[in-house]
Ligand binder design. Sequence first.
Ligand code: ATP
Ligand code: MG
Length: 404
Amino acid sequence: MDIRIGRKNSHKTFFFNCSNCSGSYTHTLPGFIEEELPKLVDLEPKRLKNSFRRGNLKFYDSKGINAIQFRKKVGEIESGTMVCFGDEIEIIRGFPKIRRTLMLSPTLRQHFNHEVAVEEKMNGYNVRVALVNGKIIAFTRGGYICPYTTRKVPQIMDLTDFFREHPQIVICGEMVGTENPYVTHHYPEIGSIGFRIFDLREKTSNRAMKVTERRNLLEKYDLPSVKLFGIYSVDEVPSRVENIVKDLDKTDREGVVMKDPQMHLSPLKYTSSRAHAEELEYAFSYPFDFGRQFFFSRVIREGFQAYETGESGEELKRRAQRIGESILYPMLATIKRVSKDDVAGEDLTIYVDSYDEAAEFVRHLRDLGVVATVYDFKDGKAVIRRIHQSTTDKINNYLRGGLY
Ligand code: ATP
Ligand code: MG
């Protein structure tokens, strides 16, 4: 079972001995993409070749893992999918996109069959944890191996027993808390860092385990699940969700994900007004680093939620005020900051064992196109400064008289 990947010096050609082929067969990477990969992921060779040519499939090499990374969705194969070469080929499929509903009624009744499991949607970042070539590896949404997350996950929870008995399962969960380099959110029950699992999926097929089966299995291994509010009939689910989300709003929590208990239908998400306001606030702190669709989408959600809850008077006015404030105040604060010769940036804190670990994380961020530096490091506490370059440059330009 030996796959060795090498890079022939001159050109970007990779070759390896593939144990999936009868006998020991040496592929070049293009050969693998044309011959073996189509069978593994059930896609036309031509389609894969074109995707590779367009840069939608890339060769990936990090943390001792060689893989083919799907940067974009190709057919049924999700973006973020990693075809990893180790002693055998292991396919960690991308986490599927979760569609959003703007209205609870009639959408939920139309989308689901009999019952709906309502789980809390945690606000952090998506992580897939899998055993790859015998090592526990944490992938972020795009399929990148995050060095920080890969180190933290086994410190947060003991996965040895689980993976010994279920090496074919990919654990999908949300990394949450304030000590978080991607999405910082305070949860009283979590504090600085924690992990909540919302899916167990099979390698290669990406088949998701049924809700109850998943929760029971996690309990058996003492692994942390997201909260389940309940499993409701489709008739009662809209009013249940409306109330749940109202409460979540009050306690500064994001929202819910609604799932078919059998996991045959795709889940749907629905979020609180407070979450929309917080996202607007963050995005309008760095307005030129976000696409316009980002802002539009949050405002649209508020329009439909205000309609469906039927609110009026003071309640509606509070919603309107909150949206307005979350747009204007942060933007003004950033303009003021840049006007004082500062940059539009933010500091993220992570706890690491050495300066090198912090530097490795910054290199990982740069691979993702994020401008960042290790700003400070002392006693294991690393402050990473992330700079929002477009916002800084554009604001500077307008302040100096540039035209919009
Ligand atoms: P998407 O590509 O699915 O639209 P997004 O980047 O816009 O994702 P979100 O709006 O946060 O992200 O919604 C989907 C994400 O919610 C999932 O990718 C997952 O990381 C996260 N999540 C949190 N809690 C749950 C849960 N209980 N079930 C499923 N996903 C959850
Ligand atoms: Mg999220």
